[in-house]
Design a protein around this ligand. Structure first.
Ligand SMILES: Cc1cc2nc3c(=O)[nH]c(=O)nc-3n(C[C@H](O)[C@H](O)[C@H](O)COP(=O)(O)OP(=O)(O)OC[C@H]3O[C@@H](n4cnc5c(N)ncnc54)[C@H](O)[C@@H]3O)c2cc1C
Length: 475
C-alpha cells in the first residue's frame, strides 16, 4: 500500500500534523512513533499526566556535551505526544521579533503577522481574550490563579515587584515583560499534550493509521525522490511507501535520520560509510538550545508548600545592556517531592527552592553529528553553551539577579541556606563565570538542526515550506 503522507515522529509537531492532514478523508496518513501510544487519558500513565516534567519511563536517555568538558543528561520524549507529553507545559510564544527575524532572513511566511492566526487557532485560552488569543482550539491554556500560588511563589513575586519588575497577567501578550503566571497547557491538573489535544479527537478516522513502537531508520530515496521509510518494528526491518514523507522526529532525531538517508555533508557521510545522496552541509549544524543555571537554597522549616506545585510563575525580561527584547527568563522551582519530576536527575536536595535564570536568545551554536550509521547508536550532541561571550555575560548577570532576589526581604524571609552559591562567587567575575560554566544545563529546547532559509543560504536544509532541498517529496 502507498500512503499519501508518512509522518515520522508523533511529537508536538507530528501529532498535530497527522491530525490536521487527516481532516481530508481522501488522504491516507501514516504516523510512525518509536515510543508507546496511549489511546485515551484513562490509559495514560501518571508521569505523562500530572508531573511537572518527566524524563522517566518515556525518555530516550540521551546525553549531550553542555560545554566541551561537561556532559549532561538530555531528555527527549519517547511516546505519542513526544516532548509535549513530558514537558514543563509552559505555553509561551516566541516574541514577535523572533518571527520577524526569520522572515527578514528570507522566510517571509514566518513573520509574526503570518504565524499569529495559527497561534490563535491552536489554543483554547481560558483567560486571555482579544486580537492575540484564540478560543476553541485543541490546546487548553490557563494560568495558575494567584490564590493557588504557594507562599514561596508569593515571596518570589513580591521580591521581583520590589526589584522593579512589572506585574504581568498575560506573558503571551507581545508587549508584556515582567513577572506573572506562566500560561500552561494544563487542564484540571493534566498536561494537555498533542496526543490528547490533537490525536485523541482524530483517532476514529479510517484514513489515519498510528503505529507506535516503530523505529524509523532512514528515508528511502529513488531518483531524487522520497518514496518511503525503512523502519524496525519488533525486531523486523520493513519498508513502508508513501508519496510524501515528513520527518518530525525532533531537532535531534530528524537530522540524524537525514544523515542516515544520505542527506548531509558529503565528507562526514563518507567517513561513516554512508553514500551521499544530497550534499547538504547544514544538516545537524546550527544547533541552538536555551541554557539555564540553578541557584539553589533550602526553605525555612515549616514553610507550607503543596509538593505538586512547582514553577507556576516566572519573569520574562530583557537582560541589562541587551537590545534583544525578553531575551531572558527566570523560573522558580520548588522541589518538595521528587515524584513531580521523575528521572530528571537535577541533583537537588528535597526540599529545595531554586531561582533559575535561562537564556532565550543564545548566540552560541552547537552541532549534532552521527557517531555511526547504526540507528541504535545515539548521535554526538555538542551544545557549545556560553561559547559566545554575550551569552556568558547575560547568564552571569542572571545569576547575580537571582542571588539579589533571594536576598530581598520577602524572599529572604523564606530561605534558610544557599546550597551551591556563595557571596564570594557572586562578587568575583572569574568565579561567577566558572560557576555558570560548571552548572549550566538545558531548558530542553534544541532547535535549528535542519535550518530553514532561502536558496542563497548554503547552510539552509529546508525552504520556508519545510521542503528538503534537493529532494522531492521530503519535508
Ligand atoms: C523535559 C522537557 C521539558 C520541556 N519543557 C517545555 C515547556 O515547558 N514548554 C515548551 O514550550 N517546551 C518545552 N520543552 C520543549 C518541547 O517539548 C519541544 O520543543 C517540542 O516537543 C519539540 O517538538 P517536536 O515535534 O520537534 O519533537 P518531539 O516533541 O520531541 O517529537 C519527536 C517524536 O519523534 C519520535 N522519534 C524520534 N526518533 C524517531 C524514530 N527514529 N522513529 C520514530 N519516531 C521517532 C520521538 O519519540 C518523539 O515522540 C520541553 C522538553 C522536554 C524534553
Amino acid at each position: 500500500m502507498e500512503y499519501d503522507d508518512i509522518i515520522v515522529g508523533a511529537g508536538s509537531a507530528g501529532a498535530a500534523l497527522a491530525a490536521r492532514l487527516s481532516e481530508d478523508s481522501d488522504r491516507n496518513v501514516l504516523l510512525l512513533e518509536a515510543g508507546p501510544d496511549y489511546s485515551a487519558v484513562a490509559q495514560t500513565p501518571a508521569d505523562l499526566l500530572t508531573t511537572w516534567v518527566s524524563a522517566g519511563p518515556h525518555d530516550w536517555g540521551l546525553v549531550a556535551q553542555a560545554t566541551p568538558t561537561r556532559e549532561i543528561p538530555y531528555p527527549r520524549g519517547k511516546v505519542t505526544g513526544g516532548g509535549s507529553a513530558v514537558n514543563g507545559h509552559i505555553a509561551l510564544r516566541g516574541t514577535p521579533g523572533d518571527f520577524d527575524e526569520w522572515a527578514a532572513l528570507g522566510n517571509r511566511e514566518w513573520s509574526f503577522e503570518k504565524v499569529l492566526p495559527f497561534h490563535r487557532k491552536l489554543e483554547d485560552d481560558r483567560d486571555a481574550r482579544g486580537d492575540f488569543h484564540g478560543v476553541g482550539g485543541p490546546i487548553w491554556i490557563e494560568r495558575p490563579r494567584p490564590e493557588n500560588w504557594q507562599p514561596l511563589n508569593r515571596a518570589f513575586f513580591d521580591a521581583a515587584r520590589a526589584a522593579g519588575f512589572a506585574e504581568v497577567w498575560d506573558h503571551n501578550d507581545p508587549e508584556s515583560t515582567g513577572i506573572g503566571p506562566w500560561p500552561r497547557n494544563r487542564r484540571d491538573g493534566v498536561r494537555i499534550s498533542t496526543a490528547i489535544g490533537y490525536l485523541a479527537p482524530a483517532r476514529h478516522r479510517m484514513n489515519l493509521t498510528i503505529r507506535s513502537g516503530v523505529n524509523a531508520h532512514r528515508v528511502i530515496l529513488e531518483k531524487g525522490r522520497a518514496v518511503g521509510v525503512e523502519l524496525e518494528c519488533a525486531g523486523a526491518t520493513q519498508q513502508v511507501r508513501g508519496r510524501r514523507v515528513t520527518l518530525s522526529a525532533g531537532a535531534i532525531a530528524s537530522p540524524a535520520l537525514l544523515m542516515r538517508s544520505g542527506i548531509g555533508a558529503r565528507d562526514e557521510l563518507a567517513a561513516l560509510g554512508i553514500k551521499c545522496q544530497v550534499n547538504l552541509p547544514g544538516v545537524g549544524r546550527n544547533l541552538i538550545d536555551h541554557p539555564m543555571v540553578f541557584v539553589v537554597a533550602t526553605p525555612l522549616a515549616g514553610i507550607p508548600h503543596d509538593p505538586q506545585v512547582t514553577n507556576p510563575i516566572g519573569i520574562r525580561y530583557t537582560a541589562a545592556g541587551s537590545d534583544e527584547f525578553n531575551d531572558m527568563q527566570m523560573y522558580v522551582f520548588e522541589l518538595f517531592d521528587e515524584s513531580v519530576s521523575p528521572g530528571l536527575q537535577l541533583g537537588l536536595p528535597v526540599p529545595s527552592v531554586a531561582l533559575v535564570p535561562g537564556l532565550q536568545r543564545p548566540r552560541s551554536r552547537g552541532q549534532l553529528r552521527l557517531r555511526s550509521s547504526n540507528p541504535d547508536v545515539p548521535p554526538i550532541i555538542e551544545l557549545n553553551y556560553l561559547a559566545d561571550p554575550e551569552d556568558m555575560r547575560r547568564m552571569a548577570d542572571g545569576v547575580r539577579l537571582a542571588w539579589r532576589l533571594m536576598h530581598d526581604g520577602p524572599f529572604a524571609a523564606t530561605l534558610k541556606d544557599f546550597v551551591n552559591l556563595t557571596a564570594d562567587i557572586v562578587n568575583s567575575k572569574p568565579a561567577l563565570e566558572t560557576f555558570v560554566r560548571d552548572n549550566c544545563t538545558t531548558i530542553f529546547h534544541p532547535v535549528g538542526t535542519a535550518k530553514m532559509g532561502p536558496e542563497n543560504d548554503p547552510m539552509a536544509v529546508v525552504d520556508q515550506y519545510c521542503r528538503v532541498r534537493g529532494v522531492e517529496g521530503l519535508r
